[in-house]
Design a protein around this ligand. Structure first.
Ligand SMILES: [Ca+2]
Length: 505
């Protein structure tokens, strides 16, 4: 075919003009909101007062819940940082991109736009403050701390997603204060150490000694500086991820630690749990006695209270800038966390406390509500793109949950799906049932819980012959789900390899 001037112009229009037109339409509809996406790290919904925690007061997150939609059945797609963040940021399930660890989804998605990048391509200023894609905590946060003009570590970040990005190095477990290593330290003789360890630090000094205090400060600056242009601002707080470090002033509500209540311990709770379903961290393998368990919960909750105060600073800045009516605010976490349920601790598990996440979405002029319908973090990208009047790419694997914001009774999915790659575990969560299998063929065990009768998941019904048919049904649904996840527009590994070969001179 002959290349004509008009076909060249058409190509130019399609690549540049289309995006401009799209933005003009969105502006005309008056729907071009800013997006403020606040994500806490390793935060279980059960720690927030708006989700019913009787002890931990989180007034700033509660205020968001009071004016937005609070989701009670929101699930992450991977039960630890790497796969969860790569999934909702890229718009694909972990088994579609193959990001089951701590790497960037970029090599797999090629030039397909991530969630913030889609906004950037449509004229938004996009910025990351601290942890959005995976970043090691505390290791990555300690990089550059105390070194003048050091920009810190970007972790597994995706530079193409951002107009600007900012890291917030902090002292983490080395912050001056009273420190105790709770894990693997039964005689109390081990020196505290970094890494993925349960450490509590009642720290000297104020909020801005720490990474999250600095992240809030940077977010406030960015809101003030960019208040006159559309922005997609991602603010990632690293608490309550271990180490449990917070200024001393956040600890008094949780002292003395001996008054902290632990989840009920049921004799024989784990006799019906398959081996793969025993979490990687337990009270026993961490050698934590009751005193240490209570202090772990107290330190976690103090970290949550500290993080909540930082959320408040960012929200105040949004109000001061007069942007409350122009900004969609989302608050969530990358996955949940065990605080001693079944004597499990931390993440990875596919039980409710670990696979569920807090999720609050506030859209200007929206009536507040509580939504009990099933949603996934993967649903954020298509939903927020649509709310802002941007085109929703067909290839995205999440669903548009916009209807739930005006009608909390609305439903868009029968089940939520999550994976724990470390355990080869897969979860299908329906309204009544939580079904977990280990191995794609379920060879390493099954868990089935009746969430109406047994919301704390004490009785695994998988061994009950009365449920054989139900379990066979779930196995078939899981097989279908995995096929759907793998049916996508991404090149397969083989195709990628071939392309690489072809491009060699
Ligand atoms: Ca995390």
């Amino acid at each position: 075919m002959k290349t004509t001037l008009s076909s060249v112009l058409l190509a130019v229009y399609l690549s540049f003009g289309g995006a401009l037109l799209e933005r003009a339409v969105a502006q005309e509809a008056g729907s071009q909101y800013n997006v403020l996406f606040i994500i806490s790290d390793d935060l279980t919904a059960t720690a927030l007062s708006c989700y019913g925690n009787p002890r931990c007061q989180t007034p700033n997150i509660d205020a968001l819940a009071a004016r937005g939609t609070r989701f009670t059945r929101a699930y992450c797609q991977g039960t630890y940082c790497g796969p969860s963040r790569a999934s909702f940021m890229s718009g694909y399930y972990p088994h579609a991109t193959g990001v089951l660890g701590y790497n960037s989804p970029r090599p797999k998605i090629g030039d397909r736009a991530t969630w913030p990048q889609h906004f950037k391509n449509n004229g938004y200023y996009t910025a990351r403050v601290s942890k959005l894609f995976h970043m090691g905590v505390p290791g990555g946060i300690e990089v550059g701390f105390g070194i003048k003009d050091h920009l810190g570590s970007n972790g597994s970040d995706d530079p193409a997603s951002w107009t600007e990005r900012f890291n917030c190095p902090g002292p983490e477990w080395k912050a001056p204060g009273d420190i105790e290593l709770l894990e693997g330290n039964p005689d109390g003789k081990k020196a505290p150490k970094g890494g993925n360890n349960f450490i509590v630090v009642e720290a000297d000094g104020g909020d801005e000694v720490h990474s999250d205090g600095l992240a809030a400060k940077k977010a406030v600056e960015l809101i003030e500086a960019h208040k006159d242009e559309p922005f997609w601002l991602g603010v990632g707080f690293v608490r309550p991820h271990v180490p449990f470090v917070a200024p001393r002033s956040y600890f008094p509500p949780f002292l003395p630690y001996s008054n902290i209540e632990l989840p009920e311990k049921i004799a024989g709770d784990r006799v019906d749990t398959p081996r793969a379903g025993i979490n990687y961290k337990t009270s026993e393998n961490m050698k934590m006695d009751i005193r240490r368990q209570k202090k772990a919960v107290g330190g976690y909750l103090a970290s949550v209270a500290f993080m909540d105060a930082q959320v408040g600073k960012v929200m105040d800045a949004l109000d001061r800038a007069g942007l409350r009516e122009k900004t969609i605010v989302i608050f969530t976490s990358d996955h949940g966390y065990h605080l001693g349920e079944h004597d499990f601790w931390a993440k990875v598990s596919l039980r409710e406390e670990s696979a569920a996440v807090p999720l609050i979405i506030c859209v200007p002029n929206q009536a507040p509500g509580v939504c009990n319908s099933l949603v996934e973090l993967l649903d954020l990208y298509p939903t927020v793109a649509d709310l802002c009047g941007l085109k929703v790419p067909q290839r995205l694997q999440g669903k548009n949950i916009k209807s739930m914001l005006s009608n909390p009774e609305a439903t868009v999915r029968e089940s939520a799906f999550s994976v724990a790659p470390m355990r080869k575990g897969f979860l299908l969560r329906e309204n009544k049932w939580a079904y977990i299998q280990y191995g794609e063929d379920a060879a390493n065990g099954i868990e089935l819980y009746d969430m109406d009768l047994d919301p704390k998941q004490y009785n695994n019904l998988a061994g009950d012959p009365a449920h054989t048919e139900l379990i066979d049904g779930f196995k078939a649904k899981m097989k279908l789900k995995m096929t759907q996840i793998r049916t996508n527009d991404l090149p397969t590994f083989k195709k990628q390899k071939k392309r690489k070969k072809q491009s060699k001179p």
